[in-house]
Design a protein around this ligand. Structure first.
Ligand code: PEP
Ligand code: MN
Length: 295
């Protein structure tokens, strides 16, 4: 039996490509995510100190990143782990933005925090653990800020698209989808990087798709090759963890690149990004081609 993706994802009609609907490009400061230019978002897992953040921001900007990531409100697997600096972290992010011109993406975990975080962030990150928190999605959507929606670690693509649809239903079309790895039976990596999800999402949805190889892999040695694969798969950008001294990081040090590793990754990505930007049809079928699922 053949069915179209529109039937398969019937609950999320507005996030799917359709005749006459243009690709969504999310404007952020002086750039567009999903507008053809490949955008790298980089920075520490958590905002820790002024020095750590400023050094990282300055470094990643020089290496070509356009957006600074950093968690001030942290969802941690353990309630006893570092929970983030909160407002102090947001203020540090604002200073980094002012000094470097980088846009800021940072996570919001609770609907109560949306107004505060929306004051400081250019993009609100909805984390994997929050993807189906509909009260949070509503509050984040209503803030009017662009939203980086990370796939839940046990979320199907239908679940992800349903959450994106929910944000659109609340009147916010500025949604960026993020593949960050999912839980499978394979325990070697932190998660299983679902590269086919990137390819499929680019084929069926008009929303920008970015890849987070850091949380997908869990190990820094795997991050640069997975980043290359993400570019080849058609991703519109990357979200990568970078730290001046990963072994001393307060969270996710094992998967964070140091500055030299980030520089090398960016240099090695350049030809892949150039290829992608020259010939986007490599990754995406022309809109005219009917997209069908088979089962
Ligand atoms: C993060 O980006 O630091 C993070 C916590 O990611 P995720 O929600 O994908 O686990
Ligand atoms: Mn992290």
């Amino acid at each position: 039996m053949r069915e179209s993706w529109h039937e398969r994802f019937a609950e999320s009609p507005d996030v799917l490509k359709s005749a006459g609907r243009r690709q969504t490009a999310v404007p952020v400061l002086n750039m567009e995510i999903g507008g053809g230019e490949f955008i790298t978002m980089a920075g520490p897992c958590s905002v820790e100190t002024e020095f750590q953040l400023m050094a990282t921001a300055n470094h990643v900007r020089r290496a070509g990143a356009r957006i600074l990531r950093g968690g001030a409100f942290k969802p941690r697997s353990s309630p006893y782990a570092f929970q983030g600096l909160g407002l102090d972290g947001l203020k540090m992010l604002a200073r980094a933005r002012q000094e470097t011109g980088l846009a800021i993406v940072t996570e919001v975990m609770s609907e109560d925090d949306v107004p505060l975080i929306a004051e400081y962030a250019d993009i609100l990150q909805i984390g994997s653990r929050s993807m189906e928190n509909y009260a949070l999605l509503e509050a984040a959507a209503r803030s009017g800020r662009p939203i980086l929606l990370k796939r839940g670690m046990v979320a199907t693509l239908a679940d992800l698209l349903r959450s994106a649809q929910c944000i659109l239903d609340y009147g916010n079309t500025q949604v960026i989808l993020c593949e960050r790895g999912i839980r499978t039976f394979e325990p070697t990596m932190r998660n299983t990087f679902d590269v086919a999800a990137i390819v499929l999402l680019k084929q069926i949805s008009h929303l920008p798709v970015i890849a987070d190889p850091s949380h997908a892999a869990g190990y820094r040695g795997l991050v640069p090759p997975l980043a290359r694969i993400a570019v080849a798969a058609g991703a519109d950008g990357l979200l990568v963890e970078v730290h001046p001294n990963p072994d001393k990081a307060w969270s996710d040090g094992e998967q964070s690149l140091d500055f030299a590793e980030f520089d090398e990754m960016m240099a090695n990505l350049a030809p892949w990004i150039a290829l992608r930007e020259q010939d986007r049809v490599l990754c995406e079928p022309p809109d005219a081609r009917p997209i069908e699922a088979v089962r």
